[in-house]
Design a protein around this ligand. Structure first.
Ligand SMILES: CC(C)(COP(=O)(O)OP(=O)(O)OC[C@H]1O[C@@H](n2cnc3c(N)ncnc32)[C@H](O)[C@@H]1OP(=O)(O)O)[C@@H](O)C(=O)NCCC(=O)NCCS
Length: 181
């Protein structure tokens, strides 16, 4: 970590989050979230909720959490957060993987995913890795399917205004490291 990678998106630096990063992550998360929320009135609630969550997560030292950032200069362009051992059957949770709209399709999401998988394979080599997706989020479904994930389960609503969520994931995520994710 802390490395700068020259890719299609130019020099992107990947590093672990620190205590000061909560506000930038909260704002980027809000931007991404609002893109999928049908209810604009939720906007203010979402901003304050996201800021509180990320400020709290950034100041917490938790070895079972991996919070990674992708930056171009001083600009936060993407982030990923994973939580180890969240489900006895499905393993670790990829709670968030977001890339700012202007920076999508340039390899940043794949690079963040690769870092999370490496961490998860080292910490919990026999656990799976899973995430929740909205059924309307076809772009993300394509992204994960092309990286070897499978739809594991549909579940009841977890996000306001939507009727269901899909559980996607890998039973053995380390297999992604053998291929190029
Ligand atoms: C899904 C996401 C993380 C992918 O990150 P990214 O940096 O754009 O992805 P990469 O450039 O590494 O990979 C591009 C691939 O993603 C998929 N993809 C990403 N954005 C897409 C879009 N708008 N339309 C169609 N496919 C898309 C494609 O499969 C694409 O091609 P490839 O498989 O041939 O490589 C990003 O698009 C994103 O942040 N989306 C909004 C938030 C979100 O949905 N997060 C997932 C739920 S936690």
């Amino acid at each position: 970590m802390g490395n700068a990678v020259e890719g299609k998106a130019g020099a992107i630096r990947y590093r672990e989050a620190c205590a000061e990063d909560g506000t930038a992550i909260g704002l980027l998360h809000t931007q991404c979230w609002l893109g999928y929320s049908p209810d604009r009135e939720l906007a203010n609630t979402i901003v304050s909720e996201r800021l509180a969550i990320w400020r709290q997560r950034c100041t917490r030292h938790d070895p079972a959490m991996r919070l990674l950032l992708a930056e171009s200069g001083d600009e936060l362009v993407g982030f990923a957060c994973a939580l180890a051992r969240r489900d006895p059957e499905f393993g670790s949770l990829l709670d968030n993987l977001h890339v700012a709209k202007a920076w999508q399709m340039q390899g940043i999401g794949s690079a963040l995913l690769r870092e999370v998988v490496t961490w998860s394979a080292e910490l919990t080599p026999y656990d799976g890795l899973y995430l929740w997706l909205l059924p309307i989020n076809r772009a993300a479904q394509t992204f994960y399917l092309r990286r070897g994930a499978r739809e594991l389960q549909a579940a009841d609503a977890l996000a306001a205004g939507h009727t269901s969520m899909l559980r996607y994931g890998w039973r053995r995520p380390a297999s992604l490291l053998v291929k190029d994710c």
